[in-house]
Design a protein around this ligand. Structure first.
Ligand code: SF4
Length: 220
């Protein structure tokens, strides 16, 4: 039987009742900065860096008061630190000049910030403001949705569009959180624990009962 979004939501909500954003934040600005830093970095590392960072910088003006080099040093361990420091400062400049020094609360405006794509915008809007304007499609979402047979593409935009059509609006953000939780705990990039997965009977990528199609999907 083909796996549906409803099945995924109901099974994973049972399995991960506390699924949520795993970045630590107290203000929308902190969440935005943390989400920018989380690109190609673990949430754990970002949360470690965030402790000192958010004690030092509390407003967009704070991030603009220092040189880019100083901010680079503060975020160095998150990787791609030059690009990320530049993105944070340019975003802060835009917020200061165009949005009254605040994180904007609409997708269209969020996308004008440097280093902010639909995934980052959807996370910040949904988590900080309860504004649901997209589904954050990250690497776990891409892998899981392909393995489960719901999509047949790795293109982030196409996947988001399809899942927005197939998923109740109220569950857009939760779907993403649940897939991240399952992608970390059971169906990882390098290991599929299919015998402990609620989808093993119907998943086209299940490795139980000798049904592996690992070579076809390209997610090893
Ligand atoms: S059955 Fe296996 S491949 Fe399919 S989602 Fe579960 S762990 Fe992943």
């Amino acid at each position: 039987m083909k796996i549906t979004v409803d099945t995924i939501l109901s099974e994973l909500k049972k399995q991960y009742p506390k699924a949520d954003c795993t970045l630590d934040w107290n203000t929308p600005l902190e969440l935005l900065v943390a989400t920018i830093l989380a690109a190609q970095c673990t949430d754990k590392r970002v949360n470690q860096v965030g402790k000192a960072l958010f004690a030092k910088y509390k407003t967009p003006q704070d991030f603009l008061r220092v040189s880019q080099e100083e901010l680079e040093e503060d975020v160095r361990t998150c990787g791609s630190f030059r690009m990320k420091a530049q993105a944070i400062q340019e975003s802060c400049q835009t917020m200061r000049d165009q949005f009254d020094g605040k994180v904007p609360q609409a997708m269209e405006k969020m996308l004008t910030l440097r280093g902010v794509g639909r995934k980052t915008a959807a996370v910040v809007l949904g988590t900080a403001f309860g504004v649901i304007e997209g589904i954050p499609i990250d690497t776990h979402n891409i892998r899981l949705l392909n393995r489960l047979g719901l999509v047949k593409t790795k293109n982030q935009d196409k996947i988001e569009l399809q899942m927005m059509n197939d998923t109740p609006h109220k569950d857009w953000l939760m779907l993403s959180h649940l897939l991240v939780a399952h992608g970390r705990a059971v169906c990882t990039a390098h290991n599929r624990d299919c015998s402990n997965c609620p989808f093993q009977e119907d998943c086209p990528s299940s490795q139980t009962f000798g049904r592996s199609d690992k070579s076809k999907e390209g997610f090893s």
